[in-house]
Design a protein around this ligand. Structure first.
Ligand SMILES: [Zn+2]
Ligand SMILES: [Zn+2]
Length: 281
């Protein structure tokens, strides 16, 4: 067993927090967005993503629209000087929108980046970023040099860490991959956990799970209540919530979640920049 650090690069929904519309609102009625622009505010949320740092190697799950801002804020101060693997959960813009920004790495830091994704997601990347998937564009310089590795639901290994895909629903018909590594499970976007994936979620040290906001959902994400219901069912040692909208006031909601300690649950919203230590076997 060895230690790894999980660095939260983003804990917010696709549009991020703050919403610009809240900032330009004359009445300034959104407390969360108003707070989020203060330095080091825990209400500032970039697109949901984590970085796993293990033995000086860095593996990232998802690089969305705010990847540049996440790296600007957290890479230098956490000594992230290489990207040794990028795993994609699904091909929505908040998970792949930052692929273009990897050009700085492959122009100036390392030759190429290994990207791990499903065939179905590769096809979307191929459409959205046609210049990143075709070798003829590489020679013109400037573009990120990415090596795409197609994954299935089988366990795969990057830098001695085993990742097991956890297929979950993100909407009625759309499935995405969560991932289990060590005794940690990361499920960034989920509306339902199919029976066949439940086995991966017992006896966890840490469960990181989607909890968009209280009560309302478009049917593609867990609400806070649904996430808590699952946490009560699977009973991980610790649960960190992510993918939150501006409906979540970090310190106020976490204060309420503290009450769950009375039934021996450790649940709180993560925040951008949070570092959590876990074991990797
Ligand atoms: Zn707002
Ligand atoms: Zn999505």
């Amino acid at each position: 067993m060895s230690n790894a650090k999980i660095l939260f690069l983003g804990t917010g929904t696709s549009e991020g927090v703050p919403r610009i519309s809240c900032l330009i609102d004359k009445n300034k009625s959104c407390e969360v967005c108003s707070d989020s622009v203060k330095i080091n505010s825990k209400n500032r949320r970039r697109n949901t993503s984590i970085l796993i740092q293990h033995k000086n190697k860095n593996i990232i799950i998802d690089a969305g629209k705010t990847f540049y801002d996440s790296s600007l804020n957290f890479f230098p101060k956490n000594n992230v000087t290489s990207i040794d693997g990028l795993i994609i959960t699904h091909a929505h813009a908040d998970a792949i929108g930052g692929l273009d920004d990897l050009r700085d790495w492959t122009n100036n830091t390392q030759k190429n980046i290994q990207v791990y994704l499903r065939e179905i997601d590769y096809k979307v990347v191929d459409k959205m970023f046609f210049y990143l998937t075709k070798k003829e564009y590489f020679s013109r310089g400037g573009v990120a040099k990415l090596n795409f590795n197609i994954i299935t639901s089988k366990t795969f290994e990057i830098e001695n860490i085993k990742f097991t895909p956890i297929p979950v629903f993100h909407g009625k018909t759309n499935t995405i991959f969560g991932y289990k590594f060590g005794q940690t499970a990361y499920i960034s976007d989920v509306s339902e956990i199919p029976e066949s994936s439940k086995n991966y979620l017992y006896d966890l040290e840490l469960l990181i799970i989607d909890a968009l906001r209280p009560k309302k959902t478009h049917g593609t994400h867990f609400t806070l209540e649904q996430a808590i219901e699952k946490i009560k069912y699977f009973r991980p040692k610790k649960a960190l919530l992510t993918n939150a909208t501006h409906d979540i006031h970090h310190s106020k909601v976490n204060k309420k979640l503290e009450k769950l300690s009375s039934i021996n649950l450790d649940v709180s919203y993560a925040h951008d920049g949070l570092i959590e230590e876990v074991f990797i076997d």
